[in-house]
Design a protein around this ligand. Structure first.
Ligand code: AMP
Ligand code: MG
Length: 505
């Protein structure tokens, strides 16, 4: 029995990462093990049978055979300011593994000790943020949002010091890769065009193999992503960029669909694979307002709920800048070639937003006038502080029971009194299909901040996982009301007005 790790990223060479071992912890103990994910990754161990071994592996105390741990190098724009030297300051990439479908996944420990990239940090992670990442990423996965996932949370038996001591933990993150916009920026900032080409070829191999030219048409042999492959055509780079853009559209639109606020959309937290990465200060919106922000460090509301589309465009423009030397040696010509892709991205996002919001109202193909129908609703929601999830759940439910529906109740009927008949008239010809579409678009439950926080508190105080297990069972079926769902659908009494999230540092 073994875990079949490869070291594809490690093979890119020294400029991409630092070889460094996880720092052992005092008393590793397996708290959470994601059985379904482990199965999908063909990992043949279970919590019941192999808990101790898994605690050793996923604390970093014992190396999995074949693993060559590294800390990955990257830069990043943090809140709009460029930091050329970030990198994994508390994470170790152990290697990558193929799932049952052949898709490769990075296995990364977080909280596993310092590296050359740690700066002032201690390389550690507190249990609260580790549990939060586990809960949030599982919820997002079930909601159909592209996301990194958590395989394990291991407690360390050590304290982590923030403003006070907390229990320490190591969380294992799984992602189709950990290549960030900031990874490209790292080499661009150093003028290292060779490494940029190598990285682009690697990223194409890993994420977009369909872009690899067949030998008859191609100029380069990309068959092995680990070859020092420094050939790449301008056309391939443009196609690669376009493919990266197309991954970000479902990502950011599904955040907007479910009310997710990432909270720290720095370019080092933007994966080119289009997976949600970094669950540090994220939160869910209750009452609809585009300016909703919970992150304590986001003082200018740069990463507010309603700014996420434009920030994603900003981040992709930063990625475009790193690719310019690969597109054309003449910078103006390179800009001219890449700019239309960004313009198209902008249009696709606008159209995608309309389509997504229309789907929330049961409309499959938005027509003239639907933009106004949507805008009028969200304006009312904003003015009347209506709960985002509950409002769409109520609209969806109004179409059930052989389409007689569970009637929308006061005060919602009063607030929407002029709007509801317009919507009903619009969907009347296809009510059954509208209902189906709404059921799969509008979750009945999301990981609300006050429930997540209450669970984190109780888990940390008592170590008892019963309540967490119940919550996860509900979150894993976010489009179906099961017995316990009703316990988690309420909004916070105070509207979360004093709720603040923090980066996991
Ligand atoms: P994040 O806020 O998690 O996106 O992290 C930003 C940067 O700070 C990354 O380079 C992290 O590796 C680094 N970092 C965050 N927390 C720590 C820590 N406790 N020790 C060392 N580095 C850290
Ligand atoms: Mg980060």
């Amino acid at each position: 029995m073994s875990i079949n790790l490869s070291n594809n990223y490690q093979a890119l060479g020294e400029s991409f990462s630092q070889q460094t071992l996880p720092a052992p912890v005092a008393q590793p103990s397996l708290l959470l093990w994601n059985e379904p994910l482990a199965k999908a990754l063909t990992i043949p161990f279970t919590k019941d049978n192999d808990g101790e071994l898994l605690a050793q592996y996923f604390s970093g105390n014992q190396l999995i055979k074949g693993s060559k741990p590294v800390a990955q190098a990257y830069s990043g724009h943090q809140f709009g300011h460029f930091n050329p030297q970030l990198g994994d300051g508390r994470a170790h990439l152990l290697g990558d593994i193929a799932d049952t479908l052949g898709q490769r996944w990075d296995i990364q420990l977080k909280g596993s000790g310092v590296s050359n990239f740690s700066r002032q940090g201690d390389g550690r992670c507190a249990l609260g943020p580790a549990l939060r990442e586990y809960i949030m990423s599982e919820a997002m996965y079930a909601l159909g949002v592209p996301t990194t996932r958590c395989l394990a949370v291991v407690t360390t038996g050590e304290n982590v010091y923030r403003e006070r001591p907390y229990d320490g933990a190591v969380v294992t993150r799984v992602a189709t890769s950990h290549i960030r916009v900031g990874t490209f920026q790292y080499f661009a900032a150093r003028g290292d065009t060779d490494s940029l080409k190598k990285l682009t070829n690697y990223a194409i191999n890993r994420h977009f193999p369909e872009l690899i030219p067949t030998s008859s048409e191609g100029t380069s042999d990309n068959s092995d992503g680990n070859k020092a492959n420094n050939e790449i055509s301008s056309q391939q780079v443009l196609e690669f960029f376009s493919a990266v853009l197309s991954k970000q559209i479902p990502l950011v639109l599904s955040w907007l669909r479910v009310g997710f606020i990432h909270g720290v959309m720095n370019t080092d937290n933007t994966a080119i694979s289009g997976e949600t990465i970094d669950y540090g200060p994220c939160a869910m919106m209750n009452a609809y307002h585009p300016e909703t922000v919970f992150s304590s460090i986001d003082r200018n509301s740069r990463y507010a709920f309603g700014k996420q589309i434009s920030i994603m465009q900003w981040n992709m423009t930063r990625l475009a800048e790193t690719l310019l030397p690969l597109v054309d040696s003449d910078e103006d010509d390179a800009v001219e070639k890449i700019e239309p892709l960004l313009t198209q991205f902008h249009q696709d996002l606008q159209q995608g937003y309309l389509t997504m919001m229309a789907a929330k109202l049961g409309i499959d193909e938005p027509a003239v006038g639907d933009g106004k129908l949507i805008n009028d609703l969200i304006t009312l929601m904003k003015e009347q502080k209506l709960d985002y999830t509950q409002t769409f759940t109520a609209l969806t439910a109004s179409l059930t029971d052989s389409l007689n529906g569970s009637p929308i109740e006061k005060p919602l009927t009063d607030v929407l009194n002029e709007w509801l008949p317009r919507w009903n008239t619009r969907i009347e010809p296809f009510k059954t299909a509208a209902h189906q579409l709404m059921m799969s678009t509008n979750p009945v439950v999301i990981p609300r901040n006050h429930h997540v926080e209450a669970l984190l508190d109780s888990c940390q105080e008592t170590g008892d996982l019963t309540a967490l297990t119940k919550f996860l069972a509900v979150l894993r079926q976010p489009y179906t009301e099961i017995t316990d769902t009703k316990n988690y659908q309420d909004g916070p009494v105070d509207g979360d007005k004093n709720y603040h999230t923090y980066c996991g540092t």
